[in-house]
Design a protein around this ligand. Sequence first.
Ligand code: CAA
Length: 260
Amino acid sequence: MTYETIQTATDGAVTIITLNRPKALNALSSAVLDELIEAFAAYQADDSQRCAVLTGSGDKAFAAGADIKEMAEKSAAEFYAADFFSKWTSHLVEATRKPWIAAVNGFALGGGCELAMMADFIVASENARFGQPEIKLGVAPGMGGSQRLTRAIGKAKAMEMCLTGRMMDAGEAERSGLVARVVPHDELMNSALKTAKTVAGMPPLAAMVNKEMVDAAYETTLSQGVLHERRLFQILTATEDKAEGMAAFIEKRDGVWKGR
Ligand code: CAA
């Protein structure tokens, strides 16, 4: 598949998706969204692919936000009628049930920060900068930033970032719980790929279930979440991969996964 605004590649069982508008700091236009929806759907549908990595091209940005030049032309009626931004969550979060990692290589601002937060976790280069500067444009986050950032780093820092538009560097993002790990800039893709390959080597149904369980912690009470976890655990025990995984442990060998 050939795309105009993104690039895709595979490395074994890992799909690599790269935002590819470096001159516009990978700003997230509608064309980018349409292509990302196709790329993520292809990843989700391909049984040979078990983890994905999303990154930005160029040295400067993961994505500097939704495309301001595109949004500047739109009326409120157009934003509302199209339910603008709704497809990001429905396709990249809800429909993508397999794991994916954001490898943040530079600015992740506005929609860029929000897109990174849709990933299952973020690996960041030392050059990464996170922020929700929409207030400076007379607007506010629109792709989940006020909600996901607050859940990730707590109200005090999220409120400060949204109200001042200040950027958080990679070190602060790691200390605050926004990113899983910070690595030297030149090692970002190698490190993200290594992690993705580890995930891709896991039993695929168990990977999906683990993702679903952790995500449920955002949505439910503790008792409902614990019950949901227990039921999913019980369902997994009916899989062939559970029988294989436990037999492989006892026989001191690596498991061979069937995804069923
Ligand atoms: N949309 C469209 N184009 C963008 C863009 C964006 N979000 N961010 C950067 N660009 C473009 C610039 O217009 C510029 O293009 P030209 O060369 O054609 O002028 C090019 O990318 C390079 O940008 P700069 O010259 O500004 O680069 P810089 O190094 O001086 O500054 C920056 C970098 C601080 C990231 C700055 O570009 C910036 O502040 N960008 C906007 C960040 C922002 O406000 N993001 C939020 C967008 S709104 C949003 O995302 C809503 C939502 O919740 C979903």
